[in-house]
Design a protein around this ligand. Sequence first.
Ligand code: NAG
Ligand code: NAG
Ligand code: NAG
Ligand code: NAG
Length: 341
Amino acid sequence: MIHLDHKNSANSRISHSYVNSIGQSLASSTNVIRRRPARSILGSFLFALYVYFFLYQGVTRSESRQEQPLQPQLDEIPSRIWQIFFGYTPLSDFAPALQTWISNNQDYSYTLMSDQGANEFARKHYADRPDILGPFLQLEFHVLRSDLLRYMILESEGGIYSDLDTVVQKSVRDWIPQEMRSKVHAVVGVEYDQLDGEPYYGMNERIQFCQWTMAASRGHPIMKKVVKKVVAALNETVERDNISIADFQPSDDEVIQVSGPVIWTHAVMEAMSEATGTEMSYLNVTGMTEARLFGDVLVLPIDGFGAGQPHSNSTRDENQGAGDFYVRHQWKGSWKHGWNG
Ligand SMILES: *[C@@H]1O[C@H](CO)[C@@H](O)[C@H](O)[C@H]1NC(C)=O
Ligand SMILES: *[C@@H]1O[C@H](CO)[C@@H](O)[C@H](O)[C@H]1NC(C)=O
Ligand SMILES: *[C@@H]1O[C@H](CO)[C@@H](O)[C@H](O)[C@H]1NC(C)=O
Ligand SMILES: *[C@@H]1O[C@H](CO)[C@@H](O)[C@H](O)[C@H]1NC(C)=O
């Protein structure tokens, strides 16, 4: 098969080969022409046509391979569940919710990551990326730390992350329909959908994806993007305020922008735009009532992770249509974002 570096040489090579093969096959058949001219000419023509298509297809295949950015092949989402517990409230507050993750997913591995464990994890996985490791280790504000850590965990190990105040109602294995499993490398849920109403208090974008629950294959572009974005936003904010990362005490709004749903939503949209080769925005997602695959990202409608909210047309009564509620957020993180409390 032909291997070429760029289009121009490809084209010139094609026409060269084309002329050559016609010339050669005509020349080699000249001695037969006298005997069976019509058949030989037809034969040569068909042969040339065959060579042309063979070469042409070979060239277009290797060209398209070269034009696509090198995207490492991702594995399936691993059977690992991750939660973070920094110890600011008693773990027993979360015990019933936590138990749902273990009992509904007994063939999954489960990790509850502590504050200390987080630093060890970061040192191990980001040793060669000081631009990320440095800011992470300096970060003291635990909401930001917890946000950044979940993205780092899924970037470097993959699996399912969920906040401690969530209840899983459907085994993680059943989130992705069987026939889609090899194609899905990330699962995100809608947190907020403005639909055709007024913006809901505290919401910044017309569509927001939730970051209390998420799943991804190791090394997924969404996680790579969001980790880089959070570190950049953090840097920009502390530079602007002329403070150190350790001294950063963000407002609720800054949390949402720097590490929370806003920056998360931007990363998801960008990754889905790249994966689909289209310009993705809230328009592609608003009003969804069924899960939809965008590239390799499975987007769950509002009820997937966000049922029971007073907006976004989410189902308030969980006894209705129960099959579609995967995770329920219990909003115990009122310490986190003031307006939830
Ligand atoms: C922000 O990034 C710049 C450029 O990488 C770096 O020089 C600076 O030290 C960073 N600021 C903080 C507070 O980390
Ligand atoms: C930034 O803060 C330091 C002290 O922490 C101060 O010396 C310096 O003047 C400040 N820079 C600006 C531009 O405010
Ligand atoms: C997303 O919506 C835009 C129009 O807003 C459309 O051009 C694009 O094809 C859509 N992408 C997908 C993957 O449906
Ligand atoms: C809200 O959900 C109901 C029931 O599923 C549906 O009939 C209605 O069209 C939805 N409203 C919007 C604005 O999507």
